[in-house]
Write a protein that binds this ligand. Structure first.
Ligand code: AKG
Ligand code: FE2
Length: 351
């Protein structure tokens, strides 16, 4: 079992098991130029056509954008972030009461990817929490830190609202017949699951990563961090639907109070590649601990995910073969979230 990094050990160098082979280290691909900043979409006001257009444009290029004037109250965000930070300061035995390498367990405290046997470790601890529906999950929420339970409900409700609003805007920007396409189907009918990620300061950030490059498995994720940078999004080159062609890494540097939104694999599938899943990774830093809270709006497990009819031109094949979300999760877990490996196993062979 790998020892969670936040359990109190002091690291003056990166232990061997965290040292990535050279081609996987954060500095091995060139950074994008600064002009490639992640778009900021203002959700205030009533110019919904502009918002929809910006969301679709950002979805094409990055699968990533930031939202301001999103309506999530500042105190709700602050309470969630302080509870998140407090969790990792708890005494080791209190955190370890939730520790598990069973990826189906909730809540679950783990480190790195969180599998039983990991040859190569990532510089991250994580508390995964089932959040919504509240009736299903509330009684399992950790009772420490004291503010966590009270913070989870308003925060989850608010960011789920932002996620659904973004999906309505995306549907309209894409020209889907039903603005509620994503709510009407089962692709947003599953739970909201949260990753509370924590990256302790790392003595040698060039040797390791907090999270390896991946796209989230779900349809849309809303994320906030504690103001310490570390999230990077990959700009995508190449033409639509082509799994290749990852560009450089761009720092996601949100303005104060902003939320970060990224589309997951299911968005790319529903739009048949017109909007991309945002590939991202987390780098570490030597100065300060970083905490991030990622809320995943999930499909129902039995959901058969397929492109919206309007997103498939005549003669065009769907990117992936039909699958249930349950099957997708199995493939995703086996591939450790690696984008190309996931897509290779679900590609449409008739296309
Ligand atoms: O810490 C971050 O900013 C990224 C977290 C993330 O990608 C995840 O939890 O899936
Ligand atoms: Fe992610």
């Amino acid at each position: 079992m790998a020892e969670p990094l936040s359990n109190g050990a002091v690291y003056h160098s990166v232990p061997e098991s965290y040292v990535l082979p050279e081609h996987k280290r954060p500095g091995s691909s060139p950074p994008s130029c600064s002009a490639a900043a992640i778009p900021v979409v203002d959700l205030g006001g009533d110019d919904t056509d502009r918002m929809a257009e910006q969301i679709v444009a950002a979805g094409r290029e990055f699968g990533f954008f930031q939202v301001i004037n999103h309506g999530v109250p500042e105190d709700v965000m602050r309470a969630m972030m302080s509870a998140a930070e407090e969790f990792f300061k708890l005494p080791t035995e209190e955190k370890m009461a939730h520790y598990s390498t069973d990826s189906t367990k909730l809540p679950r405290f783990h480190t790195s990817v969180g599998k039983e046997q990991e040859q190569l470790l990532y510089w991250r601890d994580c508390l995964k929490i089932g959040c919504y529906p509240f009736e299903e999950f509330r009684r399992q929420w950790p009772d420490k830190p004291a503010g966590l339970g009270a913070a989870l409900e308003p925060y989850t409700a608010a960011v789920r609202g932002v996620a659904l609003r973004v999906l309505r805007l995306a549907a309209s920007g894409l020209g889907l017949a039903d603005e509620a396409h994503f709510e009407a189907g089962e692709v947003t009918a599953g739970p909201v699951i949260m990753n509370v990620n924590h990256y302790v300061a790392c003595p040698e950030p060039s040797l390791t990563l907090g999270i390896a490059p991946h796209c989230d498995p779900n349809v849309v994720t809303v994320l906030m961090d504690n103001g310490v940078r570390g999230l990077q999004a990959r700009r995508r080159h190449g033409h639509q639907g082509n799994g290749e062609g990852g560009g450089g890494w761009v720092d996601v540097d949100p303005p104060p109070g902003a939320l970060i939104v990224n589309f997951g694999h299911q968005m790319e599938v529903v739009t048949n590649g017109r909007v991309r899943a945002g590939e991202h990774r987390a780098v570490t830093n030597a100065r300060a601990p970083r905490t991030s809270v990622a809320a995943f709006v999930m499909p129902a497990m039995g959901c058969v995910v397929s492109p919206a009819p309007e997103m498939v031109a005549e003669g065009e094949a769907p990117l992936l073969r039909p699958y249930t979300y349950q099957e997708f999760v199995g493939v995703y877990t086996a591939a450790n979230g690696d984008r190309d490996a996931v897509l290779a196993r679900l590609q449409n062979n008739n296309g």
